[in-house]
Write a protein that binds this ligand. Structure first.
Ligand code: NAD
Length: 322
């Protein structure tokens, strides 16, 4: 495997970016991390870490300068509550970030550029049943993406495709399906369902009632962070230029997710379903056929194992803080 010596990770102060920096450094890459904030829970291992606002063209030029490869993970994002309520801001920020980052990578002769898309690009009409089939990459069209965040991701996917076709920039596009794990946001409004449920269980006393968004029957699949990082690095090294799913293909309901975390926490709790909260599509799962074919690999860490580690980390954060 040929290793690029200098790699830029944007969003290196965020959840996936921070884990990716660690893995790249361990693999022997020289890493520049860029974000508008430092990592929340531990210092970055990047050889160089710069605070830059990547909505600005000059920041992207500076970030890309001298880099061989770019992993673009910077984005204004959060769980379903956040993305449902902040569509204008999300579209504005994220289109600017990818537009400027991609052009800066092109102008500075970066050889490979990985873009982090999302399962939110898939059409709403394929996700109306909790028992739906796994989403295949080619089913993204005819498009009917999640309003706001999903459309922005789909637009940016196409930008990457055209930079390859017209400028020869080797772009890779990954569609994440609910990545979770330690060192991720677990409170404040941007957290996603696994982290929110772990926090609620960590704070609950046995017998307490916890709030669940929606009726608990909506389904998703969840992928542990170590698998996500390994998948991204494998994809960057592959020759696959079309978008590809990266997630687990085990679909479970939110109620089942709560039960698994309650078992790990060893707490019996009651559930209150709040139908006024956003719950997203009714069902969503990853079809991993292309992932298996292209990378000869699929995520390995079981949901239970990943949730044990995540719950334990979130519980520690809460206990030590209090
Ligand atoms: P995150 O919010 O933890 O990380 C994103 C980082 O981008 C943050 O640290 C944030 O400060 C930074 N950022 C935002 N605006 C910026 C700006 N103007 N300039 C510089 N940095 C800026 O999110 P994450 O979960 O690590 O997600 C990483 C990428 O993966 C994002 O593109 C996200 O849309 C995508 N994604 C994540 C998931 C998931 O389940 N976590 C699912 C689908 C897609």
């Amino acid at each position: 495997m040929s290793k690029a010596t200098r790699v830029l990770v944007t969003g290196a102060g965020g959840f996936i970016g921070h884990h990716l920096v660690k893995a790249l450094v361990q693999e022997g890459y020289w890493v520049r991390g860029v974000d508008i904030k430092e990592p929340d829970f531990e210092p970055s291992l990047a050889q160089e870490f710069e605070l830059l606002d990547l909505r600005r063209w000059e920041s992207c030029q500076r970030a890309a300068k001298g880099m061989d490869e770019v992993y673009n993970l910077a984005a204004n994002m959060g769980g379903i509550g956040f993305i449902s309520a902040n569509k204008a801001e999300i579209m504005h920020d994220n289109v600017l970030i990818n537009t400027h980052m991609l052009e800066a990578a092109h102008q500075t002769d970066v050889s490979r550029y990985l873009y982090t898309s999302s399962a939110c690009i898939y059409p709403m009409y394929r996700q109306t049943d909790p028992d739906c089939a796994g989403l295949k990459e080619e089913e993204a069209y005819p498009a009917d993406a999640e309003d706001g965040y999903g459309w922005e991701k789909l637009f940016s996917e196409r930008q990457c495709k055209h930079y390859w076709e017209e400028y020869g920039l080797e772009t890779r596009t990954v569609r994440f399906h609910n990545i979770f794990g330690p060192l991720g946001t677990f409170e404040g409004g941007r957290e996603k369902s696994p982290a929110a449920i772990c926090r609620k269980l960590a704070l609950a006393q046995p017998g307490d009632e916890i709030e669940i968004w929606g009726d608990g029957k909506q389904t998703r699949s969840y992928c542990y962070i170590d698998d996500c990082v390994e998948g991204i690095m494998r994809l960057m090294r592959s020759e696959h230029r079309e978008p590809i799913n990266l997630g687990q293909d085990r679909m479970i309901s939110i109620d089942e997710l709560v039960s698994i975390v309650a078992d790990i926490a060893d707490k019996e709790i009651k559930r209150r379903y709040n139908l006024n909260k956003p719950q997203g599509v009714r069902g969503r799962n990853s079809d991993n056929s292309r992932l298996r074919e292209v990378l000869a690999w699929v995520p390995q860490v079981s949901l239970e194992r990943g949730l044990e580690r995540t719950y334990s980390w979130i519980n520690d954060q809460i206990v030590h803080r209090d």
